[in-house]
Design a protein around this ligand. Sequence first.
Ligand code: HEC
Ligand code: HEC
Length: 233
Amino acid sequence: MKKWLISLAVFSSIVVIVLLDPSPDRESQAEENSIVLGEKVYTEFCVDCHGENGKGEGAQIGTALNNQHFLSTFSNQDIYKIIEDGKKQTLMPGFDVLEAEEIDAVVSFIRNWQKDRLDLEAPSVIEGNVTNGKKLYNLYCITCHGETGSGTLTKAAAIANPTTLENMTAEQMWITAAYGREETRMGPSLKGLEGVRQLEEQEISDVITYIRRDLVDRYNPAESKHSTHAIVE
Ligand code: HEC
Ligand code: HEC
C-alpha cells in the first residue's frame, strides 16, 4: 500500500473516532468546572441561610436544598427560576444580579447533592373541594404554615406566597404534601406512609386546591414577623 494511503487510512480512523466519541471527558470536565464555579457562588451568596451542606442550617433561616425529595421534584429549570425570582416577602431574595452562567453553575452545584431519584407520583388531575381543603389545612398544616400560609414557625415555608405559587405547580405541591421532605419537619401526609397525618389522595388534592385558590389571597407575611422567616415590606 502506498504510504499516503496508509496515512489517509490512519487519519480517517482518527476522524471517525473523534466523531463517534461523544467525549464524555470533555462534557464531565465542563460539568466539573460549572460545579466549581457554583460552589463559589453558593459560598458567597447562599451559605449564610442554606448552610454549608445545603441542609438549611445556616445562621439565617433557609430551607433544605440537599433534600432528596426536593431534588426529585424540581428540575434544574425550576430551581433556576426560583433562584432568579426569589420568593417575595420572605427571606429568599431574587438573584437577578447573578449572570445566567452563575445561576446555572449554582444549580449544578445543588444538583450534585442528589444521590437518589425518588419515584414520586401525583394524580394526573389535581382538583378538589376548597371548603374541605380549608378544614383539613386548619387541622393538619396550620400549626406550622400559619393562618395565612406565611410559615409562622421557623423554616416552615411560606406556602401561600404568591411567587412560590407561580414557581411551583399543583403537582409539585401535591408531591411535597404527600411524601414530605425527609429529615425536615415536613413529614409525609399520604395514607400508608410513615407520617402522623394519614390523608387520602383526594384529601391532599382538596388541601392543595384550597391553598392555591383561596389561601393565596390572604397571604400575609406580618403573621410571621416574630419568626425570622418572612420579611414584611
Ligand atoms: C437571607 C437568606 C437567604 C439567602 C441569602 C438565600 N436564601 Fe434561598 N431561601 C431562603 C428562605 C427563607 C427560603 C424559603 C422561603 C419560603 O418559602 O418561605 C429559601 C428558599 C430557597 C429555594 C426553594 C427551596 C424549596 O424548598 O422550595 C431555593 C432553590 C433557594 N432558596 C436557593 C437559594 C440559592 C441558590 C441562594 C444563593 C444564590 C439562596 N437561596 C440564598 C433564604 C435565603
Ligand atoms: C410540623 C410542621 C409542618 C406541618 C404540620 C406541615 N408542614 Fe409543610 N413544611 C414544613 C417545613 C419545615 C417545610 C420546609 C422543609 C424544607 O426545609 O424543605 C415545609 C414545606 C412544605 C412545602 C414546600 C414549600 C416550598 O416552598 O418548597 C409544601 C407544599 C408544604 N410544606 C405543604 C404542607 C401541607 C399541605 C401540610 C398539611 C397537610 C403541611 N405542609 C404540614 C413544616 C410542616
